[in-house]
Design a protein around this ligand. Structure first.
Ligand code: 6R9
Length: 575
């Protein structure tokens, strides 16, 4: 790494004090003072996110701007309070009680956000489902969680096998075609029930450790796991959003993630609202034009997205950016998969801002490692541990590895937004804590002399070739720096001589075609840029690479295809 590769902070007066100072003085206990329950003892995420602001000068402040191809709406904190009160009453009227699992299965819309808050207000547990799930994926999740109610749309109802789900008794439909009740379930019309419900509600006060949200996430094998978070997570949502997203009262914040994924709830709902910030939600599909005009239209100041999106914007070219006024932007962040240094440099060039990578997982509930707006940024690094968080790179036996060495990325337990269980799977839960005192992320990483953490791949994606341990991400990153490569995925393929050989799958940019010369050039590029042992012996060109709907390239799927093995759970894969 040379010094010119360090980007200096460009944000003035960030909320986050200098890193060392923040770290030295940090105590999660101090963060508790930010919440009303610190005084009143009455806990509920929805109260802290919405009602509290509705009782202050923020009551007429916009909490949510929502638009898609058909709708264009805005809601103040006060409006959100009354709407979610109504929905809480809808749920109470049909008999939903504290602890019941209530699922959401619909496209992004204001109703999703109102429902989340309404569910929390009656002490029930939110279960978000991504709208593109097909029947089996929906069934697995509703069955495992024993959900009693679901909010969905008439178009998605055919994918909800309620007749086979004895616990699922209540189906609330956002849309007009509401079927007759049958012996399996009762059906309700969202609009109608909302209109008849009171806007006054007694919030169900809960304990900090009471269940709040159940996010299903896929492992490499087996059925999806239900990751349970509790109301206490708000401590982390609030503080990380304040310091890492750098939310201030005048900001307009846009998190592009869908609430079917953890980023879309922790930072698409809770983090910003706990800070009293205005959130933008854009429905519909990704297109560069649509996204840039969303920034222009709402004068978005803080933008939280993902590497796939940035890479697609990069592929769309720099010229299109000139058609939009993006001058409102002051802070950009990324999460979900490795943010290649290449993309960071591009971002700096076209937006004039650093793209701040950060790391966390569904299981961790909130950001744990980040590039802070107040701190120099090393492109390609995920940043440094959040104050109050201890990160270590451990070997198989739980011993700490020296700086610079790649190993298992572990976090000292615990932190406020840590998952509290894997739903009905104690054994899976325990696997994360096999090294006493540590949470094992399943990711590989190294830490440099300055304490910056570098991603190496998923632990199960590690390649052992001729005795060298290689993380696929480095090679992929090198490959996408090549002008011909749009996307790359690297796997280890069993080999009698070398243990494994490196195989790369690449999708080419428009205008490039597959050839032996190109493959040779790619190998040379990796060899010169990285190391001889990192050179892919095999290269296969594909039209596109299999990805999860949240944009992660599914190496395990490529590997299974390559080896003719079962692919495991594919419910999160893009069509
Ligand atoms: C928030 C979220 C978690 C996995 C994680 C890791 C990958 C997340 C990353 C990253 C490289 C980053 N991941 N952030 N890899 N750099 N900044 O994405 O949660 O969907 O559970 O995924 O995503 O492999 O273990 P989730």
């Amino acid at each position: 790494m040379n010094v010119s590769d360090i980007l200096q902070p460009v944000i003035e007066n960030p909320n986050m004090p200098p890193y060392e100072e923040a770290r030295a003085n940090f105590d999660w206990k101090d963060v508790e003072k930010a919440f009303t329950w610190h005084e009143t003892g009455k806990v509920n995420m929805a109260y802290e996110a919405i009602d509290r602001h509705a009782d202050t000068w923020r009551k007429n402040k916009v909490a949510l701007y929502y638009s898609d191809q058909k709708r264009d709406e805005k809601y103040t904190f006060q409006e959100m309070k009354y709407l979610s009160n109504r929905f809480g009453n809808v749920l109470r009227n049909i008999g939903i009680e504290k602890g019941d699992r209530v699922f959401l299965f619909m496209p992004r819309s204001p109703e999703v956000y109102v429902s989340v808050m309404g569910i929390l207000k009656v002490g029930a547990v939110v279960g978000p489902l991504f709208e593109a799930f097909m029947e089996q994926a929906v069934r697995d999740r509703l069955e495992n969680s024993e959900a009693v109610a679901i909010v969905t749309t008439p178009a998605l109802l055919p994918r909800v096998p309620y007749k086979d789900l004895p616990h699922l008794k209540h189906i609330i439909l956002v849309g007009d075609e509401v079927p007759e009740n049958d012996e399996h379930a009762n059906f309700y019309n969202f609009e109608e029930e909302m209109a008849n419900a009171s806007e006054q509600l007694e919030i169900e006060w809960v304990e900090r450790e009471d269940p709040m949200i159940l996010h299903y996430t896929s492992g490499s094998t087996g059925k999806p796991k239900g990751v349970l978070h509790v109301h206490n997570a708000m401590i982390q949502h609030y503080q990380t959003a304040k310091w890492i997203l750098d939310l201030k009262d005048e900001d307009i914040f846009w998190c592009t993630a869908d609430p079917g994924w953890v980023t879309g709830t922790s930072y698409g709902i809770f983090g910003p609202w706990l800070n009293g910030a205005t959130s933008v939600i854009r429905g519909g599909r990704f297109s560069p034009e649509d996204w840039y005009s969303t920034i222009e239209k709402y004068k978005v100041t803080i933008w939280y997205s993902a590497p796939t999106a940035f890479r697609r914007l990069m592929a769309a070219g720099d010229d299109i950016i000139n058609n939009y006024d993006l001058s409102s932007l002051r802070h950009i962040l990324s999460v979900g998969e490795p943010l290649n240094a290449e993309v960071v440099h591009w971002g700096k060039k076209v937006y004039g801002l650093n793209i701040h990578d950060n790391w966390w997982m569904t299981e961790t509930g909130g950001i744990l490692i980040a590039n802070y707006p107040s701190m120099p940024l090393k492109p390609g690094s995920m940043g440094r541990p959040f104050p109050g968080i201890e990160v270590a790179i451990l070997d198989e036996n739980g011993n700490e590895l020296p700086r610079g060495q790649m190993g298992s990325l572990c976090i000292k337990t615990d932190w406020p937004s840590m998952m509290r269980k894997i739903w009905k799977n104690e054994e899976k839960f325990k696997e994360y804590f096999a090294i006493p005192g540590w949470y094992i992320s399943g990711d590989l990483a190294s830490m440099d002399e300055d304490g910056y953490v570098w991603f190496g791949g998923r632990d199960d994606d590690v390649i052992m070739t001729s005795g060298e341990r290689v993380g696929p991400f480095e090679i992929e990153s090198k490959l996408v720096e090549h002008p011909a490569v749009a996307e790359a995925a690297v796997i280890g393929k069993p080999d009698e001589v070398r243990g494994e050989i490196i195989k790369a799958f690449v999708a080419l940019k428009d205008g490039y075609t597959e050839s032996d010369e190109l493959n040779e050039d790619l190998r040379r590029h990796v060899k010169e840029g990285l190391a001889a042992h990192a050179v892919p012996r095999e290269i296969e060109v594909k039209d596109s690479l299999p990805k999860t709907r949240s944009g992660k390239i599914m190496r395990r799927v490529l590997k299974a295809w390559e080896l003719g093995l079962p692919t495991g759970d594919l419910s999160t894969m893009e069509d």
